[in-house]
Design a binder for this molecule. Sequence first.
Ligand code: GAP
Length: 513
Amino acid sequence: MDFKQLISHSKEYGFIFQSSEIYDGLSAVYDYGPMGVELKNNIKKYWWDSMVRLNQNIVGIDTAIFMHPSTWKASGHVDAFNDPLIDNKDSKKRYRADQLVEGYVEKIDIKIMKDVAKARKKFGDDFDEAQFRATNQRIIDRQTKMDDIMGRMGALLTAEDMEGMKALIEELEIACPESGSRNWTDVRQFNLMFSTQLGNISGSESKLYLRPETAQGIFVNFLNVQKSTRQKIPFGVAQIGKAFRNEIVARQFIFRMREFEQMEMQFFVRPGEEMKFYEEWKAKRLAWHMSLGTDASKLRFHDHDKLAHYANAAADIEFQFPFGFRELEGIHSRTDFDLTQHQNLSGKKLQYFDPEINESYVPYVVETSIGCDRMFLAMMANALQEETVPDADGKDSTRIVLKLPAAIAPVKVAILPLLKNKEPLTNLASDVYRKLQSHFNCQYDEKDAIGKRYRRQDAIGTPYCVTVDFDSLEDGTVTLRDRDTLQQKRVHIDALVAEVADSVSMATLLEKL
Ligand code: GAP
């Protein structure tokens, strides 16, 4: 299904609404509807449990959105949390200069992928993609060009050379997607933090920022957490919470928002051991994504050409969104940058005494950071499908189905009396609903024909439908329908909880890790 269909499906079935829609919306801000909040909570729970419950040496925290303004001076966000901005003078459209260059490079990559797909078709099972990429001259030339451009851009951004960025855009003859013109303004830096003020005093001392990442709440609490939990290095601190960025360009639904939620984990390690843990966390995070059934071909690592001011190594896990491969999660080796900066600015020691080597030091940090909303979008994009299935009369019909992992689906079981307003059928169905509702999130639905109700549940991803019919009144059994296989079987009402529990339980996912 294409991106437009995904967006309208999200609205129609109560997953995502534009914020303040009745006032024509607020750009790049979204609300989660009744289905969306359930799905989002399940994503957060799966992340939390896989971090905090499955690792004895990872603990949780929930820090405030507002932090002392010195936090952001120390972290470098006041001075360096900028994006390069450029305007097209004809269309008056604003762009991120780095994204214009990335878009140019992506077009070359698409050409490479087309060549690879053609060769795969030609050579069939014998096709060796790595060998083809390494020996086909056209691909080698294109890849070299891509690497060269990205390398040059990385250097320009690191040096904050905005003139160089404009020159690169001109050299590549990049035109405005809207007007087709190459009439660009200069490139300038734009700070992404939102600011407000504390109380009613204005002035620089009372200037507060809405946090642009949750990580700093973890750093400034490093010793509080370590001392109160008596964790020994290596150990991690995990947090889920809101973050805010005044994004220059935010046109891709919930992919890039101005208010969003992050799930971050800072792993504190002994200096010199960070690369080992960096590689370990890259592998663990990829395994987490795969455990949700995402096809390996839709995920890939992308090593950063331009390192953030705090990192000595960084990679993204990219997912193939409907608009191409994009960052879903970042894994960063942040060195001792943040803790040292906070130590220097606050004048408070942020050191750990390591009893194994009898030494005190500022720990190094490996971070995993994923946007909850971006994960939500990835899951929707992965799960939403249109397929042909036999209807009640055995004829082909199409259905829209959200094939989410059962443990993540918003509603686990729908209870459907065969007919509405038909007692004692509806009474029994209500009894079944009450029996199940303390175990799983359930829906009771008696409106419309049963086929239509099945389709509604398919569209929100409900893994099981229970139909209560006249036989149920006689023998206490109901029909249990499986969303994916469409198979139906009779199950006794007393056995329903046990029948469904395992497959909708988060434990089945966690066990895969
Ligand atoms: N603490 C490190 C950090 O914040 P980041 O790469 O800037 O690193 C981490 O952000 C993740 O947060 C991204 O991989 C993405 O999933 C999510 N994210 C960042 N900006 C976002 C935005 N404007 N809207 C939605 N998600 C965003």
